[in-house]
Design a protein around this ligand. Structure first.
Ligand code: MG
Length: 294
């Protein structure tokens, strides 16, 4: 199942789901008296019963045709436009990318974790600000992101899947010069618009194995990154289990799992982003996350 947050011309953010013919069903208006369907976060927090209700509604065609929208007639927002908390991110989680950044030093023994503030989030087709004058090394990072459906602390690896709602994509935009200057990565990765996310939130039931997905990034049509999530150094179970030790996750938390080789910094000379560039992040089965640098 493919969920989306969208506008339909009236400027109001709505929760939707794709039905069989590729159109988007407005779930807010389908269940007007049910606050669970008010937005993506309330829906996620409601748990798998709410997902099952939507699944049954779609299967039975039990909705008003007037509540369906053609995809090209709506504006897709980030699936969670305003996360409640920072986005958790894993650094150096593909061996070849780790070597790009560290210069062939040994691979991390423990997951490298940092966060991006919620105000970095933008949706597909939104503009990535180039922040000229502040950075001269604007870079891209295609990543698979996990969204939690259930919070918790001290989650064992074998229980992690029970806590996952689904998957989306993140482009972990980074100002390399700021990342380097400040050592701690927060500033270089938390400027406004530095977290394109989406376009969809795909329920876990539609992703049989999140560790077998092709992942890549194109700049102006040129393939720069290309790998597979099977190459993650720390898999999703390890990442979530590790962070949850003594730390309480909440439903709706987002965890970006790290990027693969081929970021702009890795080329000689580097191929940093410039105004007008089209950046396309793609993870198999999750759509394409498209943004232009402005
Ligand atoms: Mg990253």
């Amino acid at each position: 199942m493919k969920f989306v947050t969208f506008h339909a011309g009236d400027g109001v953010a709505r929760l939707g789901v794709y039905v069989q013919d590729g159109r988007v069903l407005d779930l807010v208006r389908s269940f007007p008296s049910n606050s669970v369907f008010l937005n993506m976060l309330s829906f996620i927090e409601a748990g798998e019963d709410a997902v099952e209700l939507v699944r049954r509604t779609i299967r039975q065609g039990d909705y008003q045709p007037g509540l369906l929208h053609d995809e090209d007639a709506i504006k897709i927002l980030a699936p969670i436009p305003k996360p409640n908390r920072n986005i958790y991110c894993v650094g150096l989680n593909y061996a070849e990318h780790s070597e790009e950044w560290t210069g062939n030093q040994s691979l991390p023994q423990f997951p490298v974790i940092f966060t991006k503030v919620p105000t970095t989030v933008i949706g597909t087709n939104d503009t990535i600000q180039s922040h000229q004058g502040l950075t001269h090394e604007l870079d891209y990072e295609a990543e698979l992101a996990v969204v939690l459906g259930k919070g918790g602390r001290d989650i064992p690896k074998e229980a992690v899947m029970d806590h996952i709602f689904g998957y989306t994509m993140v482009n972990d935009i980074t100002a390399r010069d700021l990342q380097r200057h400040h050592q701690q990565w927060f500033i270089g990765k938390s400027l406004d618009t530095f977290c394109p996310m989406g376009p969809y939130l795909i329920h876990k039931s539609s992703v049989p194995d999140p560790h077998q997905l092709n992942i890549g990034c194109k700049i102006n049509g040129e393939q720069r990154q290309s790998s597979n999530t099977r190459n993650l150094i720390f898999d999703i179970y390890t990442i979530i289990s590790t962070i949850s030790r003594g730390h309480t996750f909440e439903a709706g938390d987002i965890i970006a799992t790290g990027t693969c080789a081929g970021v702009g910094m890795s080329f000689n000379p580097p191929k940093y982003l410039k105004q007008g560039d089209l950046v396309e992040v793609e993870v198999e089965g999750l759509g394409i996350l498209r943004n232009v640098v402005g």
